[in-house]
Design a protein around this ligand. Sequence first.
Ligand code: FHN
Length: 416
Amino acid sequence: MAKTQESAAVLKDRARRMKWWHDARFGMFVHWGLYSQLGRHEWAMNRERIPISEYEKLADSWKVKPRPAREWAALAKKAGMKYMVMTTKHHEGFCLWDTQQTAYNAVKRGPHRDLVAEYVDACREFGLKVGFYYSLMDWHHPDGARCAKDEKARRRFLDFTHGCVRELMSNYGKIDILWYDVAWPFSTPEGWESKKMNAMARKLQPDIIVNNRSWLPEDFGTPEEHIRAEDAGRAWEACMTFNGSWGWLPTPPEDWHSVRKVLDMLRQVSSEQGNLLLNIGPKPDGSVPELANERLSAVGKWIAKNGEAMYGAVDRCGGRFEWMNTGAYTLKKNSLYYWCSRWPGKELAIGGLKGSLRKVTRLDTGANVKFRQEKFRVLLQGLPENCPDKVAGVVVFKLDFASAPRQELGTGYVVL
Ligand code: FHN
């Protein structure tokens, strides 16, 4: 995508709109729809070539428990997540809100409820920012594919698409994030008239944050199922499944990210000023998968004591620190947070740190840690023999320096 120079005013407005998002760090992605009833991934309709007439029956068989979104929001809060993004319409084309664009929706069919309205209410009840996921690709709409080759079909499908976005931006109060997905079959913003669509969204929601999946860069990049920072200055959010499927798909516990893995993903994104959007795929009735509940609850317990190392304004570590054998870093100006995930015993050595070390504390207890700074290493001493963190085996040491620290280790160097 060609990089265009954005005006100072645009950059300033984006910084204003996105400050809460950067500080928030951690969000919950929710993939829930007709596909959840199949329990075989949200792409089952496409991968299994289920005929539309057969698939549509799911619209009337969908039974939803009372207000499941409250369970999601309560768990998100408990897990230390600050915002949510839910599928309002996935590729299957079924709309979870009271839309006038199609009768294929959760109010006219199956649940006979506005599931998006319930989700918005739940987010607000638990003090979470509200994100809407919207799939541009639509396997159900009659023009969803032929729009690529037929101008009349394109017009109809764009009127449908822009109409859906307009409803979502108009009918549910303040919306904080617009998360587009899969801009197939067009391969340009002109095909979708994205500029016009996003300008409409921003006019209706002046503070909204828009991702990069309508063929325009907009506000942030979206690496998926991997963690890779965008260029410095460009916001980014890694979206990750919990067990390899976005939609409900029961798999053995070993397929689900461990608490330690989730914490390491949080550290990785925080170390390069990114966000983590971690997905749950609720069961057909809306229930939270047990393993997601169990592991996110533990993540939240850990974050409650160590969140300082990830929330708020962080600096990029890239190029300033090297990999370590017992842990890894996040950085806030002169404070270096060492996430020790491999407990060394009573003494922890970190080689090659440059800068005058003033103080070391443990984030989980606030206790000062005895340390000695030598020419080639820092020694943290008087530690417990075994790792004291019983939640995940990860202890964060906060090292306060007189100035911004860095590390020089190299490959072949040894101390004589
Ligand atoms: O095809 C979708 C997929 O089902 C899921 O919604 C992810 C989430 O980012 N987006 C697409 C794959 O990139």
